[in-house]
Design a protein around this ligand. Sequence first.
Ligand code: ATP
Length: 626
Amino acid sequence: MGKGDRRGLRGRRRDASRPIGRTGEEEVSAAVWSMETSSSPVAAILSSPSPLLPVMPKNLGKPPPAAAAAQEEGREELFASCSFADLGLHPNLCAHLQDKMGFQAPTRIQAQAIPVAMSGQHMLVKAATGTGKTLAYLAPIVHLLQMREPCVDRTHGTFALVLVPTRELCLQVYGIAQQLVHRFHWIVPGFVMGGENRAKEKARLRKGISILIATPGRLLDHLQHTASFVYSNLRWIVFDEADSILELGFGKAVEDILEHLGSRNGAPDQNKNKGEHIRRQNLLLSATLNEKVNRLAKISLKNPVMIGLDDQKKPSGKSNTLGNSHTSLLSYDEEDGILEKQNDVLEHAVDDFKLPAQLVQRYVKVSCGSRLAVLLSILKSLFERQISQKVVIFLSTCDSVDFHHTVLSQLEWSSGPQLDMDKKQKFLSCKVFRLHGSMEQDDRKKSFLGFGSEKSAILVSTDVAARGLDFPKVKYIIQYDSPGEASEYVHRVGRTARIGEKGEALLFLQPIELDYLKDLESHGVSLTEYPFQKRSLEGFVAAEEATKKLARDAFCSWVRAYTAHRGELKKIFMVKKLHLGHVARSFGLKEQPSLVGRSHQVQLKKRKKEQKRKQPAKRRKLPSKK
Ligand SMILES: Nc1ncnc2c1ncn2[C@@H]1O[C@H](COP(=O)(O)OP(=O)(O)OP(=O)(O)O)[C@@H](O)[C@H]1O
């Protein structure tokens, strides 16, 4: 089980261990599945106008007009009015950012964080997802390394260490670092992470890596066992997605890493005796903070500049939206005064989350048994309205990802000859990828890179994809299984609506789970209900006597057909195992099964009596004489 996936399991065993019960809804959707004669049960759901499927809104996949305005407002709030050059970055780096990476101006968070990072002060940054936090720490590091005298050389070892919670994020940050050093080829980025070949990593460390991106477990392994790993010139330690690193149980590893690197507050500066006094700088960044980050901040940050933390609440009481964060430099008075202010600011920063202003967030209330049917309907509607879509579907466990990936892959449109029926049902004109921590590393890499490069695709994933991953053009996030903590909700939906782009997020909730909305509200996150009118099948059937009779006849014939199975099949299709009430409901019948079923049973008994009457009277067995 990959570390990155651990969060996917801890506290989320609910769907793995839940006993498979045949509740009403499951009964009905089972009935829906078995009613169809088509080739696949999944297709059955789609081709049957199940009473449970929502009628999709016309504007599905198109955010409401207000969101378009919010998107414009979001963009204005997102970008600073200054230039990268105004921030003091090297002209070559500014040119590269603009010409090669297409970044015309810094985001607000970058405009605030880059000068602080360049000043050498410790920093704690809280900014909404998709606001450019990666560049906020990598750009100043590259800038300062390229101007270092003597020139950075591989033999100097590692100057900057970036800790991230997942392997995919490790690859992503490494890719951005590679782009940033394009004009400074003497600065060498590299990565070490679980699942990779240790020996090759040792060889690369022995040669020297200037900017090292790492997952905590593997980094600690090399700190403890790779003697050729040189970090005596280490100047920066960056914790990207700081709260997630600790949530994933890396807390002890992080403390051991800080111990090794002499970067705990109060630890003797290991470079002092080297003559060259390198001021260590630690940076913590995330869109969400938690108590554990407070603890990490206390042991690793010294008088940090806090960005985006202390203006949590707008006068309206609404939580701060994107880009309104600003630097709050703690006044430098006596030690305890600073710590007190720092703690106070941190305490308040934990509970409030910032979300992109242009993100449209909805929830859909779905009973358990009809979840899959509704999910397939929503996907079908999304792809019918816009053939090319990038969608991420979050699930709670690896097994659930594997199952739903298999189900959705059945709907993948194959370019070869197709049956007419298949054409109608294979509505996904895109590839379906899966991602979770139990996959082989190569498969994980293929999925991660594959989904990122496709114009239209679906990714079915656990929370291993919830943090930091920057998939271009993801327009829709479906949380089929709700996340645990509200912070995970924020990060999941943060995979869309990035850097001012539009995005929509849909959370599946069962009627018994609606209280989760209140939990989200308490963190300043509010969702609107998915705007579809629930087709009231029962009302439709009850409206007309003729329709009601059709439904009754259909119900009776269905049950009769069910009893008609022969041989071994009778052990599978057993009427007495059916919950006739739910089967009746799947025909829109409100009557209790006993009423509808009783009349059928009465008929059955009558029929059996007639059959018996017609049969020649069997010779009665006389009791044997003893
Ligand atoms: N100044 C900029 N101008 C335009 N695009 C930018 C700028 N800075 C970063 N980006 C782009 O914005 C996207 C989001 O950046 P990044 O992943 O660093 O955000 P983040 O705040 O770290 O998000 P998360 O909280 O999800 O990790 C990326 O595609 C990145 O290339």
